[in-house]
Design a protein around this ligand. Structure first.
Ligand code: ZN
Length: 265
């Protein structure tokens, strides 16, 4: 994409009225403290970005989004009476689980795909994407947290993601990953509760962990505010169908609820 001749990059330079807002909020007045976050909910691209030089196959694949993650979030929002905030545009434009100075915020390569539209981005183009996609998402989440804390309802941050069953040709055994950074309280409680449950292969910090740079949201919004937080990764073949999404939302909701009871009975 280009910022456009004579156009100052900034808010509004990238998204059109038809594109709509970058951030979506559901169940804003929910009663529980759980705040669900889905950074990779969508594979939509802003109109002005075209296809980024990618095939339809690539644009529909897991490199563009986390298939099934939003559907699981929406089921959890209903069953747990939780607020949900999610990004309405593809991580190929800006990956909202990365800070602006991270090379993977706007990746030029993802797994086996080169992303021509992300090669050799200028500083102005990077700034335009950051201001149009990342900044409103960060502010939306941060404002929600501030309001809840001010109202003495400190939220519990739960981010939901999905990962591909095969990575560079190798199958992944893990089915559910419970990820954390330096604050492992909620992850520990979830894993302790899920230890007796053999429904899924559930592992700590798998298939990724903090060393892969995937805990940006947890650090920025959870740890910096002293809030309980966890990132949950689901293997995407398990949530390709509505039935699968219901089963996983049930499994996660059950153990999350019990984990919170363990921490704050
Ligand atoms: Zn993700």
């Amino acid at each position: 994409m280009t910022a456009g001749a004579g156009t100052e990059p900034g808010v509004g330079a990238l998204l059109t009225v038809e594109d709509g807002a970058p951030v979506a909020l559901e169940n804003a007045d929910a009663g529980s403290r759980i705040l669900l976050v889905c950074e990779h909910a969508s594979r939509r691209l802003p109109q002005r970005m075209g296809t980024l030089g990618l095939s339809t196959e690539a644009l529909e694949s897991h490199i563009a989004w986390d298939p099934g993650a939003l559907a699981v979030c929406q089921l959890l929002a209903a069953s747990l009476d939780a607020t949900l905030i999610y990004q309405r545009f593809s991580r190929l434009v800006y990956d909202c689980n990365r800070p602006p100075d991270s090379p993977s915020a706007m990746p030029a390569v993802s797994e086996i795909f080169d992303i021509p539209g992300n090669a050799a981005l200028s500083a102005a183009e990077r700034l335009a994407r950051t201001e149009a996609i990342y900044s409103p998402f960060r502010k939306g989440l941060s404002d929600l947290i501030k309001t809840r804390v001010a109202n003495r309802r400190p939220p519990v941050i739960v981010t939901i993601h999905s990962f591909t069953p095969v990575w560079h040709g190798r199958p992944r055994e893990v089915e559910v990953g419970i990820l954390h950074d330096s604050d492992s309280r909620l992850a520990d409680a979830f894993l302790a509760d899920a230890a007796e449950d053999e429904t899924f292969v559930t592992r700590r910090n798998a298939p990724y962990g903090p060393q892969d740079g995937v805990t940006h949201t947890l650090i920025e919004h959870g740890i910096h505010n002293g809030l309980l937080n966890v990132m949950i990764e689901i293997r995407n073949d398990l949530i390709a169908s509505k039935d699968g999404q219901r089963v996983l939302a049930g499994y996660i909701g059950d153990h999350l609820g019990k984990a919170l009871m363990r921490l704050e009975p």
